[in-house]
Every structure is written in C-alpha cells, then in structure tokens.
Design a binder for this molecule. Structure first.
Ligand code: GTP
Ligand code: MG
Length: 202
C-alpha cells in the first residue's frame, strides 16, 4: 500500500534504490533508556537517515522493560529482523538482564536476527559499573554488534541503527513489518496493542 516502494514519495530514494522495511525490537530492563534511544533516533536523526544510501526503514517496537510484561515479549520479537538489547552502563543488573535477553533471542527469535547490544547512558561514565571491554568481549563471543550509546548526548544513537541497517539483507524480508510510515514507532506501553496494554497497565 502507500509507502511501500517509494517511487512517488517525496524525499524517497532515487530510482532503482529499493526500500526494504524491517521490524526492529528494543529489549532491556526497565529504565535503561529504550524509549529515549528511539526518541533520539527518530527525532534527531530522521532526515539524515532518509537521505542515506542504505535504503532501509525500520518499524521500531519499543517494548516495556518491566518484568510483568516479559511474557508478552515473544510476540514482539518473533517476527523481528533486528533487535537492540539495551543495558545501562551504571547498573550491572541491567547487563545481566541484557545477556538473558540475548540468550532468549538466540533460542527463540528468527535464526538470522541481527542483534545489537547497546550500553546506554555512556554520558554517566563517572558512575560506570559495566566495563567497556567486558561488554565488547561478550558481544564478540556472541557475534553481536556493540556500541556504548547515550540517548542524552546522542552519542552512537544514529550509528547503532545504521550499523544494524548495514547488516540486514537488501531484499524485502518475508515477514514484512507492514505499515506505511518510515521508521514507524510502535510503543507497546501506549496504544499499539490496546487490549493487551490496557489490561496490563496499572
Ligand atoms: P521502560 O519503558 O520502563 O522499559 O524504560 P526505558 O528503557 O524505555 O527507559 P526510558 O527511556 O524511559 O529512560 C529511563 C530514564 O533514563 C529516564 O529518566 C531517561 O531520561 C533516562 N535516560 C535514558 N537514556 C539516558 C542516557 O543516555 N543518559 C542519561 N543520563 N539518562 C538517560
Ligand atoms: Mg520505555
């Protein structure tokens, strides 16, 4: 439908550049900054991304990190071509939780899913609890993209999305994300799954 293909879209790709749409899910403990990263990326880097030659677009599923929502997660990552697992560099528990998310994705998500690990709140370096090299080694051992990010200062936010885009196949995924908007954001704590999110909120 509208928005696919992009031939007539203002600011769309040059002729011959195919737009591929991907579903990307953000996972991680509550308050690590998933929603903040999405906001930073979509608001701050949106136009630059549109003009890039990568020719990709994301449908971003921003999940709720609170443990009571965990049982909903498989529904959200199952069709995803990419995931960003986020932890907070000032909080070791969130790194442990991130590793568990990676394990869960490796076991249960699609086998070709591109997983990125984001050590967020890098601006709070004075309160650092997770060593950069430890996270890098873990990421290397598990074939993950890894960057420390800051939604606050914008450090590596665009870069991590772009690095994921570069690793995705340049053909339309079979389980297309659907929807017409570029970099459409699905906030699972708000309105995207009305019956489920309402039944679980408060
Ligand atoms: P849930 O929706 O509960 O799963 O949390 P979340 O992961 O979406 O976290 P959210 O984006 O709501 O951020 C939590 C808090 O951390 C907020 O107070 C943000 O302002 C703050 N925060 C997010 N990213 C950063 C960052 O890069 N640096 C700093 N200093 N604070 C951040
Ligand atoms: Mg959030």
């Amino acid at each position: 439908m509208a928005g696919r293909g992009g031939a007539a879209r203002p600011n769309g790709p040059a002729a011959g550049n195919k737009i591929c749409q991907f579903k990307l899910v953000l996972l991680g403990e509550s308050a690590v900054g998933k929603s903040s990263l999405v906001l930073r990326f979509v608001k701050g880097q949106f136009h630059e991304y549109q003009e890039s030659t990568i020719g990709g677009e994301f449908e971003i599923w921003d999940t709720a990190g609170q443990e009571r929502y965990h049982s909903l997660a498989p529904m959200y990552y199952r069709g995803a071509q990419a995931a960003i697992v986020v932890y907070d560099i000032t909080n070791t528990d969130t790194f442990v939780r991130a590793k568990n998310w990676v394990k869960e994705l490796q076991r249960q998500a699609s086998p070709n899913i591109v997983i990125a690990l984001a050590g967020n709140k890098a601006d709070l370096a004075t309160k650092r609890a997770v060593d950069f090299q430890d996270a890098q080694t873990y990421a290397d051992d598990n074939s993950l993209l890894f960057m420390e990010t800051s939604a606050k200062t914008a450090m590596n936010v665009n870069e991590i999305f772009m690095a994921i885009a570069k690793k995705l196949p340049k053909t339309e995924p079979q389980s297309g994300a659907g929807g017409a908007g570029r970099n459409r954001v699905v906030d699972l704590q708000e309105s995207s799954q009305p019956s489920r999110s309402q039944c679980c909120s408060n």
